[in-house]
Ligand binder design. Structure first.
Ligand code: NAD
Ligand code: UD1
Length: 337
């Protein structure tokens, strides 16, 4: 029996991926320090899957704690979600971001090498395309970081590419996520942000549930069809399936590769808000405010490489996204608390 180890397995994307892997018949270990999540998500994943998983509390910066996992369990591959993800915070605390995101990955890879485990899927972000103006964006789009968070993802990609060049027995898939949204259709697991959400969908659901009075729409004068920003929203269940596909790909021994995980469809802020209100029969009060610094008008994926190589594409619709986001929020007004 061999295991797939998920660092950050209790987080938003990690928990949905744990569920997808358990349902695909894999044995799963979650290794998480719970700095931005709760073990309650894993309890619910087990309930949904009808199967248990190994749950370890630990920090990816702690090499001894990581080594103990590899000593105890035969691990065949690692999906590395653990990290810090708030753009604004990364500009305030850059050293913490670099230490955790870059340093944590280096530590993980050192321990993996020590135990001869060389299959890795890494959570990168479409933020590495900077303020690229030419969506749809293929993986060959020039990369540039706009803030320490983005820089930490880009630096980690370089570290992983150099590692694989130095030792061709490594198989590494870098996944560049576009905008993950939604929740498992059960409404039992979902995104549980701390404090005021930075991202659009959790803000909308918190307005709808009455936690916040109104949504501020950042900019109404973008050169888009309705003047609001356009993004590529990907249902987290589709994203989770992308990880299962990437792990299958790695098992064939494919070296280093980079994949966009997105729908390829650009949707505006107003598309999301109006569909959310219509499908869920709710009011979402909003007002237009100034553009948010650093935002671009249009940003969406060319996902054709993931389709051709991983045989993966998104299946969920916008209606699925807005229904499942609301289902999670209304069943869990205070998240996992
Ligand atoms: P999340 O915060 O919900 O999950 C990250 C998990 O890692 C949390 O459970 C947290 O407790 C854990 N963690 C943080 N630091 C750790 C450490 N030092 N040791 C062990 N565990 C630690 O975030 P998410 O949205 O699930 O994102 C997962 C990954 O995907 C992150 O690397 C993130 O940068 C990347 N990503 C996320 C998005 C997004 O919009 N959600 C977009 C692109 C990329
Ligand atoms: C943001 C991050 C990006 C990160 C991504 C996923 C910035 C500048 N970018 O991307 O690095 O990878 O999240 O976590 O922070 N919007 C509103 N009102 C709100 C919130 C958002 O109008 O309250 C708009 C934004 O202007 C944008 C769209 O909604 O047009 C999506 O915003 P968001 O969810 O924050 O994602 P990104 O900006 O694409």
């Amino acid at each position: 029996m061999s295991y797939v180890l998920l660092t950050g397995g209790s987080g938003y994307i990690g928990s949905h991926t744990a569920l997808a892997l358990l349902r695909a018949g894999e044995q799963v270990i979650s290794f998480d320090n719970y700095s931005n999540s709760s073990p309650e998500s894993l309890r619910r994943v087990e309930q949904l899957a009808g199967k248990s998983m190994v749950q370890i509390k630990g920090d990816v910066l702690d090499a001894d704690a990581l080594a103990a996992v590899f000593k105890q369990y035969p691990v065949k591959a690692v999906v590395h979600f653990a990290g810090l993800k708030a753009v604004g915070e990364s500009t305030q605390k850059p050293l913490w971001y670099y230490e955790t995101n870059v340093g944590g990955t280096i530590k993980l890879c050192q321990v993996m090498a020590e135990f001869g485990v060389k299959n890795l899927v890494f959570s990168s972000s479409a933020t590495v395309y900077g303020n690229a103006q030419n969506s749809p964006l293929p993986e060959t789009t020039p990369t540039v970081a706009m803030n320490p968070y983005g820089q930490s993802k880009l630096m980690t990609e370089w570290v992983l590419q150099d590692l694989q060049r130095s030792d061709s027995s490594w198989n590494i898939a870098v996944l560049r996520y576009f905008n993950p949204v939604g929740a498992d259709a059960s409404g039992c697991i979902g995104e549980d942000p701390n404090g005021i959400p930075n991202n659009l969908m959790p803000f909308i659901t918190q307005v709808a549930v009455g936690k916040r009075s109104e949504l501020q729409i950042f900019g109404s004068d973008y050169p888009t069809a309705d003047g609001t920003g356009v993004r590529d929203y990907i249902h987290v269940t589709d994203l989770a399936a992308g990880h299962v596909a990437a792990l299958q790909h790695l098992s064939k021994g494919e070296g280093f590769d980079v994949f966009n995980l997105g729908s390829g469809l650009g949707l505006s802020v107003l598309d999301i808000v109006t569909r959310f209100a219509a499908v869920n029969q709710l009011e979402v009060p909003y007002q237009f405010v100034e553009r948010r610094p650093g935002d671009v008008a249009r940003y969406f994926a060319d996902p054709s490489k993931a389709k051709a190589v991983l045989n993966w594409q998104t299946e969920k619709t916008l209606d699925d996204i807005v229904r499942d986001s609301w289902n999670w929020q209304k069943n869990n007004p205070n998240g996992y608390n």
